[in-house]
Design a protein around this ligand. Structure first.
Ligand SMILES: [Fe+2]
Ligand SMILES: [Fe+2]
Length: 268
């Protein structure tokens, strides 16, 4: 059995790449993956009209038979409305998409969870950076452990938990490396993230070295030296393949790819 997961991120509705977003929709609907994960920054500044556009797009996708799991990003709080941002940073998110933390999705052979690394306000100057509490990680690990033996375990959040050496920007996630270590020790297969607007895949240097950190690029016009893109991930019994489909101005075309051995059961 081959599982297929589409990994989209940083669509930034209000500043989306209209043609790339439309092509992505058509691609997903033509051959629906087992799950589509969007790892945050669905809006530019958490504005009501941006949430409405994001909600319309995601509703159309699920109506077309594409299962979806979403986590919020740092742009999904009301950036221009500081009183609201302080009082209820996730109110608009909740109204559109439900809970911003502890999302979960399960299907045969697949157990997925999402948690929120974005904060409305933080005790540091740059509120765009990430933070994760150990209780969030514990909840994610507990939920993933409910999956059947051999199920692909997928965690999703907005900020990369561990810094990329040559990434275009940083997440500086408080609690991030500890969370990555804990997820690796829990034998999570994939940790999907966004935020830096560039695709990547690499194993965490923790646990058995077989937990893959995977980043998706952006589908917005906020490109940082890379084209608009998203990831298609395939997992079978032996391998996990991460392929990037990039928008070249006319079509989606294969761009980068990585292949990792699938973690085998202990003694298996
Ligand atoms: Fe973003
Ligand atoms: Fe972000």
């Amino acid at each position: 059995m081959t599982l297929r997961i589409a990994h989209l991120s940083d669509m930034h509705f209000g500043g989306e790449n209209t043609a790339a977003v439309a092509a992505t929709f058509d691609h997903l609907v033509a051959d629906p993956p087992d799950l589509t994960v969007i790892t945050g920054d669905l809006t530019v500044a958490g504005a009501g009209a941006e949430f409405a556009a994001a909600l319309a797009w995601t509703r159309n996708l699920t109506a077309a038979g594409v299962p979806l799991m979403l986590v919020p990003g740092n742009h999904d709080t009301p950036e221009m409305n500081v009183p609201l941002r302080l009082a209820d940073p996730w109110g608009r998110w909740r109204a559109a998409f439900g809970r911003p933390d502890r999302q979960a999705y399960a299907a045969p052979g697949l157990q997925a969870v999402g948690f929120n690394t974005a904060r409305g306000v933080q005790p540091r100057l740059n509120w765009s950076k990430g933070a994760v509490a150990q209780r969030q990680v514990r909840a994610a690990v507990d939920r993933l452990a409910q999956g059947a033996a051999g199920a692909l375990r997928v965690a999703a959040c907005h900020h990369p938990l561990v810094e990329l050496l040559d990434g275009p920007m940083t997440g500086r996630v408080w609690g991030g490396p500890e969370a990555a270590r804990r997820l690796a020790e829990a034998r999570v297969d994939l940790v999907l993230t966004g935020h830096i607007h560039a695709p990547f895949a690499m194993p965490y240097p923790f646990g058995d070295g077989q937990t893959q950190a995977v980043g998706a690029g952006t589908l917005s016009v906020r490109e940082r030296g890379t084209p608009a893109s998203f990831n298609m991930i395939e997992a079978d019994a032996l391998e996990i393949r991460v392929g990037v489909l990039a928008w070249n101005g006319r079509a989606l075309a294969p761009w980068m790819n990585w292949t990792f051995p699938r973690r085998q059961a202990p003694g298996g």
